[in-house]
Ligand binder design. Structure first.
Ligand code: SF4
Ligand code: SF4
Length: 351
C-alpha cells in the first residue's frame, strides 16, 4: 500500500448512501467541493445534474491513463480499486440505473477486476494509445459513438468521471471526508501529496517545473501548489529545446489530424493574426505531438498561448464590430435628430 498520512477526523457524518436519496448524496458531494480530478476541474455535481437532465444512461470510470510517464491513476486502481468502484456505484445512485463501466488500458488491472468479479459493473480494456483517455475519444473507442465538439458527453447520454474523482466521491460520501490529498506522479514516483503543498516545499525542485506531465503539463514555479487536478509534477523540457527539423512526426501522430508543424510555423512567425485559428482551437491538448517531437519543442505551451491569442483576437473583432455598429447607430440618431429639428424650424417658419 502507498504511504498516506492518516486522517484523524472526518468533516461530515458518514452517509449510508444505499439508503439515502439522490438529493442527500448530491448535497454531500457539493459540500465536499468535489471537482473532476482528471484535469478539467468541472464541478462533479454540475456534471451529475446534467446527466439527470439529459437522462444519461452510462457512467464511465475513466482509468485510461495516456500521458507518458504518469501512473497516478494506475496506482490508485491497483491499491484502491474497491473504493473507486464504490465511488462509481455512488455516482450511479444519482442517476436512473445507468450502466456502470470501468475503462482501463492496463492489462493487469483489467485482470484484477475480472478475477474479483464485480456485480453490476463492466470492465473494458482500451488500447494504451496517446489521447485514448480523452473523454470523447474514450466514448468513441468504447461505443463507436461520436460526440460533437459542440455538445457535452452528458448531453449525449454519457457521464465520464476520472477514477481519482470517483475515489474522492467515495471518501466524501461513505467516510464523510473532504479531499485533503491526492495521488500524484511526483518526479516519476507515485506519491500521496497534501493539497495546497507548494512545489518549492516538495523537496526536489529545479529551474524548470511542470504541473502535469512533461507532455501536457504547464510551466510552474516553486510557488505553484498541488491542487485536485494535479496528476503529476515533472521537470520541464525547455532546457533541451532545439529548432524544428521538419520531420513531420507531430502531424503523423496527432489524433485530430491537425497540421501541427504548419501551426508551429505560424505561431513562431511574426505574421498576425493567426489564420489557422480553427485548427488551433481544435487541439484538445493530448500532448501526443510533444512526446513525439525529436527537437523537444514545447508544442503544447505554444499551442495554448496561441489559443489565448486567437481568443483575444476574436474578442477584439467582436468589440470592433460592436463599436462600428454603435458608431453607425449614433450617427443615424444624430442625423434623425437634425432632420427632426430642421423640420420643426421649417414648420414654425411657415406659421
Ligand atoms: S496538436 Fe493538440 S491534439 Fe494534436 S497531437 Fe498535439 S496536443 Fe494532441
Ligand atoms: S515533430 Fe518537432 S521537429 Fe518534427 S516537424 Fe514537428 S515540431 Fe518540427
Amino acid at each position: 500500500m502507498l504511504e498516506r498520512q492518516p486522517r484523524n477526523k472526518t468533516d461530515f457524518q458518514p452517509l449510508d448512501w444505499r439508503r439515502s436519496d439522490r438529493d442527500d448524496i448530491m448535497a454531500r458531494i457539493a459540500a465536499a467541493g468535489l471537482i473532476g480530478m482528471g484535469g478539467a476541474g468541472f464541478p462533479v455535481v454540475a456534471k451529475l445534474r446534467s446527466g439527470i437532465q439529459y437522462a444519461a444512461s452510462t457512467i464511465i470510470a475513466n482509468g485510461v491513463e495516456c500521458e507518458p510517464g504518469v501512473n497516478a491513476d494506475r496506482a490508485l486502481l491497483r491499491h484502491y480499486l474497491p473504493d473507486v468502484l464504490e465511488g462509481l456505484r455512488i455516482a450511479g445512485a444519482c442517476l436512473a440505473k445507468p450502466a456502470l463501466i470501468l475503462a482501463v488500458s492496463d492489462q493487469s488491472i483489467y485482470q484484477a477486476f475480472v478475477d474479483k468479479g464485480e456485480l453490476g459493473i463492466t470492465c473494458r480494456l482500451v488500447a494504451d494509445a496517446p489521447s485514448n483517455g480523452e473523454e470523447r475519444t474514450l466514448i468513441g473507442s468504447l461505443f463507436s459513438d461520436e460526440i460533437p465538439t459542440t455538445r457535452y458527453p452528458s448531453q449525449c447520454g454519457y457521464i465520464v468521471f476520472n477514477v481519482a474523482t470517483l475515489f474522492a466521491i467515495c471518501e466524501a460520501v461513505r467516510d464523510g471526508s473532504r479531499p485533503r490529498d491526492r495521488l500524484v506522479t511526483l518526479f516519476g514516483e507515485e506519491t500521496w501529496v497534501e493539497l495546497d503543498t507548494k512545489l518549492g516545499d516538495i523537496g526536489q525542485t529545479g529551474a524548470t517545473l511542470r504541473l502535469g506531465s512533461t507532455a501536457t503539463g504547464r510551466m510552474a514555479s516553486n510557488d505553484d501548489v498541488v491542487s485536485l487536478t494535479t496528476n503529476a509534477v515533472e521537470h520541464g523540457i525547455d532546457d533541451q529545446q532545439r529548432a524544428c527539423i521538419h520531420c513531420g512526426w507531430c502531424d503523423a501522430v496527432c489524433p485530430r489530424h491537425l497540421p501541427v508543424e504548419a501551426m508551429l510555423r505560424q505561431i513562431q512567425s511574426a505574421t498576425r493574426p493567426i489564420t489557422l485559428s480553427s485548427e488551433v482551437n481544435a487541439c484538445f491538448e493530448c500532448g501526443a505531438c510533444v512526446v513525439q517531437c525529436p527537437s523537444a519543442i514545447p508544442l503544447l505551451d505554444l499551442l495554448r498561448s496561441a489559443k489565448r491569442e486567437v481568443e483575444n483576437e476574436r474578442r477584439k473583432q467582436v468589440a470592433d464590430l460592436r463599436f462600428q455598429q454603435h458608431t453607425v447607430r449614433a450617427a443615424e440618431t444624430i442625423k434623425q435628430e437634425s432632420i427632426t429639428r430642421s423640420t420643426r424650424i421649417e414648420t414654425r417658419r411657415q406659421w
